[in-house]
Design a binder for this molecule. Structure first.
Ligand code: CAA
Length: 385
């Protein structure tokens, strides 16, 4: 792993950093207060190519490596984790099943629309199937040249703003893994309805909805891979996207650390800035350690992906570590701010609320440990360095 970014990686990251600093961070607290998803800002991100960072070069996108892609996610989350989630869920999570499972024709359809501004959503979770992804009840039935989808998907990021979905469904629950299918679905298909936005603790700029499929006809040519390959496509998708979540969690760590540092240097108590006290310095030092180790771990996972080496456990380690780190670092930032940190006058209470989801979505902290444990017992441990 190279600890120095290439000029191209630096430029991409800087562009996302500038955008987050100027166009996200100054407004994020108000959007959060208003529970508002700013579509005009998503449109600006599209104009800059930020909503299509995951599109391969062959399909008109920037063809970024994973180190660059995760760098963009960290920077956007430093500005606002809700909008970073919206971008990640579209160009990462929802598009990864296409990246790993689609043929050329399917990629042209999916990425072509994204390059024209379409936002995507990933429909896996159901009211009764969260950590137990295989417990899904959404059914797909072959009918002539189509599949018919029926079921309810829960907590779908971008649900109400997406123009296309990747959807996981089962041919028959009795088939277990072998019955899962993955589809690309056009939002305009008849039979799709979307509930109102969930009222969430944090990441309030991202829309989270229930998406209901009622006798939705999907052309058979929209099936990714073959019947029964959906579970493998799903697991590969989650391996990829979890690194991106770790990057977003690192962005929250970074924002929390920067805010706490600035405040600690300005806030005077006992006649000096509180940063002069060792008790506060130790907290800031720990926050920097958690931020940097989170960054190193997601960068390692992304580097392994770019090198074509196994990265499953590293991706889960990065997600588990950085998710916990984001909660700890943002919580400590509130502590540095004291009573002011507990108010909505400063951004640190928002960082704390935003951070919590990093331990939950795309596999809870506990699921990541299941993934790591299973991989360890099957393949042992190879550090690769
Ligand atoms: N490549 C290919 N195949 C793979 C694979 C990979 N990287 N990883 C696993 N597989 C295969 C396995 O070999 C297995 O196939 P076989 O049965 O043929 O051997 C199959 O996929 C299933 O793998 P496991 O047996 O490991 O799976 P499991 O059923 O034990 O999985 C689990 C358990 C890890 C808990 C899994 O269900 C899981 O990850 N759950 C969490 C789901 C999740 O992350 N949900 C979040 C939804 S997205 C979201 O959060 C929304 C948002 O908007 C941000």
């Amino acid at each position: 792993m190279d600890f120095v970014l290439t000029d191209e990686q630096k430029m991409t990251r800087q562009m996302a950093r500038d955008f987050a600093t100027n166009e996200l961070a100054p407004y994020a607290m108000q959007w959060d207060k208003d529970d508002h998803c700013p579509l005009d800002v998503i449109a600006k991100m599209y104009d800059l190519g930020l909503t299509t960072v995951g599109v391969p070069a062959e399909y008109g996108g920037p063809g970024l490596d994973n180190v660059s892609l995760c760098g963009v996610m960290e920077e956007l989350a430093r500005g606002d984790a809700g909008l970073a989630t919206a971008v990640m869920a579209s160009t990462g999570l929802a598009s990864d099943p296409v990246l790993v499972g689609a043929n050329d024709e399917q990629k042209k359809w999916w990425y072509g629309r994204m390059m024209e501004g379409a936002i995507a959503a990933f429909c896996l979770t159901e009211p009764g199937a969260g950590s137990d992804a295989l417990g899904m009840a959404t059914k797909c039935v072959k009918d002539g040249g189509d599949y018919i989808l029926n079921g309810t998907k829960q907590f779908i990021t971008n649900g109400e703003i997406a123009q296309q979905f990747t959807v996981l469904a089962t041919l028959d629950k009795k088939l277990g893994n072998k019955g899962i299918c993955a589809f690309m679905v056009d939002r305009d298909s008849a039979g799709i309805s979307i509930s109102k936005k969930e009222d969430k603790l944090g990441i309030r700029t991202s829309c989270t909805n229930q998406v209901v499929f009622e006798d939705v006809r999907v052309p058979a040519k929209n099936l990714l891979g073959a019947e029964g390959q959906g579970m493998k496509i799903l697991m590969q998708t989650l391996d990829l996207s979890r690194t991106g979540v770790a990057a977003m969690a690192t962005g929250i760590c970074q924002a929390s650390l920067e805010a706490a540092l600035q405040y600690a240097n300005e806030r005077q108590q006992f006649g000096k800035p509180i940063s002069a006290f060792q008790g506060v310095q130790f907290m800031l030092a720990d926050m920097a350690i958690y931020t940097e180790t989170s960054r190193l771990l997601y960068m390692k996972a992304a580097s392994l992906q770019d090198a074509g080496l196994p990265f499953k456990s590293t991706s889960s380690m990065a997600k588990a570590w950085a998710g916990d780190a984001a909660v700890k670092v943002s919580c400590d930032a509130i502590q540095v701010f004291g009573g002011y940190g507990y108010t909505k006058e400063y951004p640190v209470e928002k960082y704390y609320r935003d951070a919590k989801i990093m331990q939950i979505y795309e596999g809870t902290a506990q699921v990541q440990r299941m993934v790591i444990g299973k991989d360890l017992s099957k393949n042992g441990y190879t550090p690769y360095f």
